[in-house]
Structures are given as structure tokens and as C-alpha cells.
Design a protein around this ligand. Structure first.
Ligand SMILES: [Zn+2]
Length: 265
């Protein structure tokens, strides 16, 4: 198993996946997503680590669920991050270690931040030693737990402008700090919020489009009212173009809004 492949696999698991256990001998690596392109890339990554693609099941809500039983792979991954759960232990669904069952917290302990107990999830150290790996890691992380948003707005005088944002949702305080640090290390100036890290400056958005981008074919999720279903990299490209000529993107966004209003009416 090459370390680089494992590190990239960890980016998927820290966002939309995890490692769970029944007994000390039975560990399951799992990942869920609604986006078929992201599922395919995850399975490729899994295959490059262990020669298996895992079992895939479809949930009623349209989510694909991939799982692979492998104690060996689980323990290799724990060397990179001692947990892949990124919610506080007492958040729903409650961490198994609080119910007296086995979880990564049972093995490696937890960490208290502002009196809240968190699993020991972190960004693997090799990510901080290579800018190339950092960019690949962030591409996966931002594709699974992040995205791009662009909203038309009006100023007081009535002229229209665009509010552009690339965001990474990250609630775990350690991961939130590390994602911010990592972006700074490779030349970005991110804005840090309690549960998000954002890129809003022109230079940062242009640099993201040049150096990172999203996983090819990944789509904007249902969280976005108007852009849901659009290719993230397509919208990123339009946002980049809009710095020279905002009119096209403004018209495009207005068209989408008008047609979604027609559908609703
Ligand atoms: Zn826990």
C-alpha cells in the first residue's frame, strides 16, 4: 500500500465516510454519497489501496453506500488519523464508545475542546509535507464536503453584482484549523468560520480553479436551491470568467431562477 494512496483515501473517509467495528477483529471501511462520479472515484481510490472495490448498496434516498470489511486497511488508516468520525461524540448518531461499544475512540481516546468530547480525527501529516498531495487531498475534501456558490445581489443603487464563494464545511475544530492552515500553506488566504472554511477573494478563487478544482463530473448538491445538479467545475469556470465579464453569469443565473420559478408555479 502506497502512503499517497492511503492519504487520498483518508480524504474521502474524513468527509463522507468512516471506519466502524463490530468486534476488535471486524472493521468496516464505508463511504456514502449521492454523486455517482464521486462514488466511482472513491472506489478507484479504494482499489488502489487494497485491490478491492467494496460492496455497494443503494439507499432509498438515492445515496450509494460502499463498504469493505478489512481490519488490515482500517489499522493502516488509523496510523494516519486515529478516527474518521468528525462529529462530536455526543452528536447524533451518538458515538459508539459512549454506549460502551467498540469504536476508534475506545482504542485511541478522545479529545475535549470547550468541554465537548471529539474523536481524534485529523488531517494526515504527509499532506502537510507535499504541496502536490495537499492539492489532491483538498480536491477530494472540497468535492465531498464543500462546493461553490454564486449569488446575484443588488447594491443600494440597484446595480447588480455577484457574491462568489468556495466553501469547505468542516465542524470538527481540529480539522477546521488544519484545513485553514493547509490552505494558507499552499498560498491561499481563507476565511475561517465555526463550521466552514471559505475562499471569497478573487485571487483565491482563481488559484483554486488553477491548482485544485473539484473531482471531475461532481455535481452541486440539493443544498443549493438554484444550482443543484450543475457540474461544480462548470460553475467554477463560469465564476472565473465572470471576473472579466459578470454579465454572462448574471444572465445565466437569472435564467435559472426564472425557469425554476416557472417549474414551481
Ligand atoms: Zn467517540
Amino acid at each position: 500500500m502506497r502512503i499517497r494512496q492511503l492519504v487520498l483515501l483518508s480524504a474521502y473517509l474524513l468527509t463522507d465516510g468512516g471506519i466502524s467495528s463490530k468486534t476488535e477483529k471486524e472493521w468496516t471501511i464505508y463511504f456514502r454519497n449521492k454523486d455517482a462520479n464521486i462514488i466511482r472515484e472513491f472506489q478507484k481510490q479504494l482499489f488502489s489501496c487494497c485491490g478491492k472495490k467494496g460492496y455497494i448498496t443503494k439507499r432509498k434516498d438515492g445515496t450509494d453506500f460502499v463498504r469493505l470489511h478489512s481490519r488490515k486497511l482500517a489499522y493502516r488508516l488509523f496510523e494516519l488519523s486515529e478516527s474518521y468520525r468528525t462529529k462530536a461524540c455526543n452528536e447524533f448518531p451518538i458515538c459508539k464508545h459512549l454506549k460502551g461499544k467498540l469504536s476508534s475512540c475506545t482504542l485511541f481516546g478522545t479529545i475535549k475542546i470547550d468541554d465537548i468530547e471529539y474523536p481524534k480525527a485529523k488531517i494526515p501529516e504527509p499532506v502537510f509535507r507535499s504541496d502536490k498531495l495537499a492539492k489532491e487531498f483538498l480536491r477530494i475534501y472540497a468535492s465531498c464536503d464543500g462546493g461553490i456558490s454564486v449569488i446575484p445581489a443588488k447594491n443600494k443603487k440597484g446595480s447588480k453584482f455577484l457574491v462568489r464563494k468556495i466553501f469547505i464545511s468542516v465542524k470538527h475544530p481540529i480539522l477546521n484549523n488544519q484545513i485553514t492552515e493547509l490552505l494558507k500553506k499552499i498560498g491561499f488566504s481563507p476565511s475561517q468560520y465555526k463550521d466552514q472554511v471559505r475562499l471569497v477573494k478573487k485571487e483565491d478563487i482563481l488559484k483554486f480553479a488553477k491548482d485544485i478544482r473539484f473531482i471531475r463530473g461532481s455535481k452541486i448538491s440539493n443544498d443549493s436551491k438554484f444550482l443543484s445538479g450543475f457540474d461544480k467545475n462548470f460553475i467554477l469556470k463560469q465564476v472565473v470568467k465572470s471576473y472579466n465579464n459578470p454579465k454572462n453569469l448574471l444572465a445565466f443565473l437569472q435564467d435559472i431562477r426564472a425557469s425554476s420559478r416557472l417549474i414551481r408555479d
